[in-house]
Design a protein around this ligand. Sequence first.
Ligand code: F6R
Ligand code: MG
Ligand code: MG
Length: 364
Amino acid sequence: NKLTISVIKADIGGWVGHSAIHPRLVEVATEELSAARKRGLLIDFHVTACGDDLQLILTHRQGVDNEQIHKLAWDTFVKGTAVAKELHLYGAGQDLLSDAFSGNVRGQGPGVAEMEIVERTSEPVLVFMADKTSAGAWNLPLFKMFADPFTTAGLVIAPGMHQGFRFEVHDIREHKKILFDCPEDLYDMLMFIGTPGRFTIKHVFSRADGTIAAVSSTERLSLLAGKYVGKDDPVMVVRAQQNFPAVGEVLEPFRYPWIIEGWMRGSHYGPLMAVPIKQATPSRFDGPPRVACLGFQIADGRLIGPRDMFDDPAFEEARREANQVADVLRRHGPFEPHRLPLEEMEYTTLPQVMKKLEGRWEKL
Ligand code: F6R
Ligand code: MG
Ligand code: MG
């Protein structure tokens, strides 16, 4: 009897600005999902937020990409949007890119990470959520979790992990995918995943038994909508222990504040700061970008949790370093490498400025 874990998220309105969500949105979503659990569509759920993104964590038996589940999420976001409009929350309905649901939330604005699993006797699962960043933000941490023995001791000393992991990488520009078997394919894979704006790790599988270890959301709102409509703040789900990295090995990559794209107006590089949910409220220069992680034990589909995994003094140094990196980058103001390169900012005022200056450029 297979179990599906679905994490579906959308920014349907910020409070205040893009810094957080209003508690009423969590209430509305909880009412909707409670009703769905009562009528048996869901086994269990947890509603939370990371920055201005409302997060629906769902367990059910309907499989991935299921129309009923996606419709439930969509309807929940629509209900939430009505409340967001009532409260004049900022950017109400921002991520609902179409007016009507068309069978699947993929490509319609919300972000989705789903995996179907055979539940183990004990099933520890970690749900990661990031705000003020983009789909590729998980590349480096996923690489470290599943392919770097300096992060994950199990790759060397755990029999179930010594064979390594298989990575499914998507080229989100050309809409292609490829599988890399690590460690053999490590150097080939790094050639691509080092450009996270184009290549993203979608799935990771155990090579010991082929089971799924991790899934990320790789939607790109800016590509979907054809214009800038916010960053596609990503989510991911990671299974832990036994043939997978231990919980602490999964969390270890977040000891360092990796520099990623996002932050103010989705147009700057900034450090990814690992925080508890209550601190996942990016305010300074609309950031710096945040990552939060909730842990659950799964019991016959029920979500036993959450535990707020970065609510640990051991991550205080990571946060302090993130603030230091933030200061160094902020000093550069509108200069690279704080601000993204021009090509990455097509949705900005560049075309207008170019047009205005048309007659003033002279041949050299
Ligand atoms: C970044 C983000 C914010 C907004 C900024 C301007 O992902 O959401 O930094 O880009 O607050 O927002 P608008 O254009 O809505 O005034
Ligand atoms: Mg927003
Ligand atoms: Mg957001």
